[in-house]
Ligand binder design. Structure first.
Ligand code: N01
Length: 493
């Protein structure tokens, strides 16, 4: 295989440029290497690999999908320390995996993708980065959707005098010990950080706009004898992974994608979890969601409700009017004096995709192609953008199972397309009619999905209220749909 540095020396275009060194980009790079596809290079805007797991270092950051499932099937790890591994262990796993597969020399850190233009005559992409141009026959985006922190549009936000930062950009230089800390937001990041902060802060005020549905987590350390068994018997580890996969897959049927009778049963389970943890009926009332379970991401925690009942923690449900130099003022005129603010306010998913400055065939801009809403064939390819492939693109996020399973399906699909390029095809481009058929199919499924019909607003929906982020079915259904690239759906030039 030709390494990237050799190609650069001869100024040859890369066969593949992979953007992002998180789970997706690394999975793609490993599989390219194994398939002998090259030369390729991975560019990464951060100063280290790991993507989400590099960026999100807030106290308590962990995965809410069991680690034996939230890992690459072709890069197994027998000795996960816990059912739900903490961030540092997942990051270490990604680093070890990249090293073991010889990827580090092929990854260019501190290099941000700024845009790319398709060159029809030469059948290649001219890519702009903040470290200079790159040419490549194909681009695989492993950029994901959750890396542009979203800050709330609250008047006075910039006026706050103390430290203020986002969960995805934690300032470890700031000690919050003994401080009056305000946390804004009650999503997946907040429920992990709040129990940790409550332990150290003098006073913690949690500003809740919408209460989340929370299920028991049942996290536990994995015993040494189990780890030893998984090391000795890879089949035992694979069976555990399969058990976890099917356990999560069943959730797609249990009302995690559609409102059904089972939704009510899952809600009853979550209500029991709340009732057991929170004896005070008034606090319980304020923590009870008024929309259907599954409409927003269903959270799991055994430590969040107890943390809210500590004497140094206040749950504030009045809406925020403005931020002042000294804290937060709520609509009812009360002021909440704070030394620091933590924004657990999520990510700007739409911006991540639409900010990509991509110019395809005949000068078509991705932003224009998506003016009526984001959408891609199998969530991977877009008509007008030959040899451009997305991992975790539109409509391929999940609420019920591990996204790593989705990534692996997509990597196989992209490999099929890259295989066609290797066999001499200059350009692989999805046919517009195939893309339209696919989008019609999933949009019909989304019409009565829980995200649309569940009575809530979430980051899953765009400004027009359409869900262009989640896959509306099981992982198995996606596997059937996308795992192999049907060449009849592609124009091979
Ligand atoms: O962000 P979110 P997140 N005033 O968008 C609130 C993944 N993830 O970082 O619900 C007041 O879910 C907002 O309120 P509301 C996972 O996919 C995974 O927590 O819109 N509040 C909400 O409570 C997840 O879904 C793990 O009313 C405001 C919160 O901020 C995704 O990342 C761990 C506000 C944002 O919640 C995002 O999760 C962590 C305002 N102006 C994250 N604006 C795993 O374990 C927003 N909010 C795998």
């Amino acid at each position: 295989m030709i390494e990237a540095s050799d190609a650069a020396a001869r100024s040859e275009p890369l066969a593949v440029l992979i953007v992002g060194a998180g789970f997706s980009g690394l999975a793609m790079a490993i599989r390219c290497r194994q398939a002998g596809i090259g030369p390729f290079r991975v560019i990464e805007k951060g100063d280290g690999i790991g993507g989400t797991w590099h960026d999100n270092t807030y106290p308590g950051a962990a995965c809410d999908v069991p680690s034996h499932l939230y890992s690459l099937s072709f890069a197994p790890k027998a000795d996960w320390s816990r059912m739900y591994a903490p961030q540092a262990e997942i990051l270490a796993y990604l680093r070890e995996t990249a090293e073991r597969h010889g990827l580090m020399p092929l990854i260019q850190l501190g290099t941000a993708f700024q845009g790319a233009t398709w060159d029809e005559a030469r059948a290649l992409w001219h890519v702009e980065t903040d470290r200079g141009p790159i040419t490549a026959r194909a681009i695989v985006s492993g950029m994901g959707g959750l890396h542009h922190p979203a800050y709330p549009d609250i008047p006075g936000r910039d006026a706050f005098a103390g430290p203020a930062f986002h969960t995805a950009a934690w300032d470890h230089a700031v000690s919050l010990a003994g401080k009056r800390v305000g946390v804004i937001g009650t999503g997946a990041s907040a429920i992990q950080v709040v129990p940790e902060l409550a332990e150290v802060a003098g006073q913690l005020t949690l500003f809740q706009r919408t209460p989340p549905w929370i299920m028991p987590k049942n996290d536990h350390a994995i015993a040494e004898r189990i780890k030893a068994r998984y090391r000795r018997l890879p089949l035992a580890r694979r069976l555990e992974r399969a058990r976890l996969f099917w356990l999560h897959e069943v959730r797609a049927l249990l009302g995690f994608t559609k409102v059904s009778k089972l939704t009510g049963q899952a809600e009853a389970l979550a209500r029991r979890h709340l009732a057991k943890a929170v004896p005070d009926p008034e606090l319980r009332r304020r923590l009870t969601p008024n929309y259907r379970l599954g409409c927003k991401r269903v959270l799991i925690s055994d430590t969040y409700y107890p943390a809210l009942q500590r004497p140094n923690v206040t749950l504030e449900t009045g809406s925020i009017a403005r931020i002042t130099p000294g804290g937060v003022t709520t609509q009812d005129g009360r002021t909440h004096d704070l030394d620091a603010i933590v924004y657990a306010t999520g990510f700007d998913v739409t911006a991540t995709f639409t900010r990509m400055n991509l110019v395809g065939r005949d000068g078509l801009r991705l932003a224009d192609a998506w003016a009526g809403g984001m959408g891609a064939y199998q969530g991977i390819t877009v008509a007008g953008f030959p040899n451009y492939f997305m991992l975790l693109g539109p409509n391929t996020g999940l609420g019920h199972n591990s996204v790593v399973a989705m990534i692996e399906v997509q990597v196989q699909h992209v490999l099929d397309c890259l295989g066609a390029l290797r066999r001499g095809t200059r350009a692989v481009e999805v046919r517009p009619e195939a893309q339209a058929r696919f989008l019609d199919r999933i949009r019909a499924r989304l019409a009565d999905s829980i995200w649309q019909a569940g009575g809530c607003r979430s980051w899953y929906l765009d400004a027009q209220g359409r869900n262009a982020t989640l896959w509306p079915d099981s992982v198995m259904a996606y596997r059937r749909s996308a795992r192999r690239a049907r060449m009849a759906d592609y124009r091979l030039g």
